[in-house]
Design a protein around this ligand. Structure first.
Ligand code: GLV
Ligand code: GLV
Length: 332
């Protein structure tokens, strides 16, 4: 009797095929997420042994109780703030995620957003498309230098470290804050030519030309960037968020853009997410704001690898084996 797995979206075939070889698989076929009622109903109807979900699915105790046979929740993401880990642990349900493979891809993207904001490329394209390009101008769309500037990182986990590593080529000073100092990582970065210093979080905001956020979404990081932090930033500084939308207080950011507390923001994650096209903060785009639709891990290679990892976690879970990448272990 094959185990049954419910998959809340069509993930790359690299992973789906692995699942289909060993399990009975039902996939929600739409682009937008299934409603909670719907996927609770399907888990229950299938008596599913496994659930493969995305970061857009709210996986709480109600979902976990839908199928008495549920043994594993495997999220196609590194972040697992959408899964109630305590509820899973209490029910002896394993939780898998996809760390590692997306670290460099996400760090690349944080850099691309940083460079876009610093050098105003999105505004440049709009200028060309709007037919405004009449001649070369001495001060047209002048931005900020990246090289030689100060990069501030809030969080020096895997992705923050990947972002720091890339700063060496730009000869930047890197400041970072975190709940604890990471001396080993500092040494490795220094050996790779990165000038990095551990400072207080307030100093990261006060002293950096670019502030990039690399913390998971936790109660302690929700609203981490609010009015006080934005006021503390230099008025020509840029804020980059590729972590989770609610780490930044959207209303405070909108005020900061309106009052020129900071120069610009680049967001790959938003609160609310998705950001509706008529949201008032978009009045500041593209001059002061660049927004992308949660793309940081979206390279073809990485999304395929994430599918394989999500499938491997689900398969181990339905077999009652330890997961190759357990969120419960990584969170503790
Ligand atoms: C993307 O945000 C992820 O958590 O994988
Ligand atoms: C994610 O993998 C992180 O630790 O930054």
């Amino acid at each position: 009797n094959k185990p049954t797995v419910y998959v809340t979206r069509r993930i790359p075939s690299a992973g789906l095929e692995q699942l289909e070889r060993a399990c009975t698989v039902e996939v929600w076929p739409e682009k937008t997420p299934p409603s909670k009622d719907h996927f609770v109903e399907r888990l229950s109807a299938l008596s599913a042994d496994g659930l493969v979900c995305l970061l857009t699915d709210d996986v709480d105790a109600e979902v976990m109780d839908a199928s008495p046979d549920l043994r594993v929740i495997s999220t196609y993401s590194v972040g697992y703030d959408h899964v109630d880990l305590d509820a899973a642990a209490a029910r002896d349900i394993a939780v898998g995620h996809t760390p590692g493979v997306l670290t460099d891809t996400t760090a690349d993207f944080a850099w691309s957003l940083l460079a876009t904001c610093a050098r105003r490329t999105v505004e440049g394209q709009a200028y060309v498309r709007d037919g405004e390009w009449e001649t070369w101008q001495p001060t047209l769309l002048t931005g900020q230098d990246i090289h030689g500037s100060t990069l501030g990182l809030v969080g020096l986990g895997n992705i923050g470290t990947g972002v720091a590593k890339r700063a060496a080529g730009f000869e930047m000073n890197v400041l970072y804050s975190d709940v604890e100092r990471h001396e080993r990582t500092e040494e490795e970065l220094a050996a790779a030519g990165v000038d990095i210093t551990y400072v207080d979080q307030d100093d990261v905001f006060e002293r950096s030309d670019f502030v990039s956020l690399h913390v998971p979404l936790l109660e302690s990081t929700r609203g981490l960037v609010g009015e006080a932090e934005l006021r503390r930033m230099k008025d020509d500084a840029v804020l980059i968020n590729t972590s989770r939308g609610p780490v930044v207080d959207t209303d405070a950011l909108e005020t900061a853009l309106e009052r020129d507390w900071i120069e610009r923001a680049g967001l790959d994650v938003t609160d609310p997410e998705p950001l509706p096209a008529d949201h008032s903060i978009l009045e500041y785009a593209p001059e002061k704001l660049v927004v992308t639709p949660h793309l940081a891990s979206a390279s073809v290679q990485t999304r395929d690898k994430m599918a394989e990892m999500a499938a491997a976690n689900a398969l181990a879970g339905v077999r009652g084996e330890p997961l190759p990448n357990s969120a419960l272990d990584d969170a503790s």
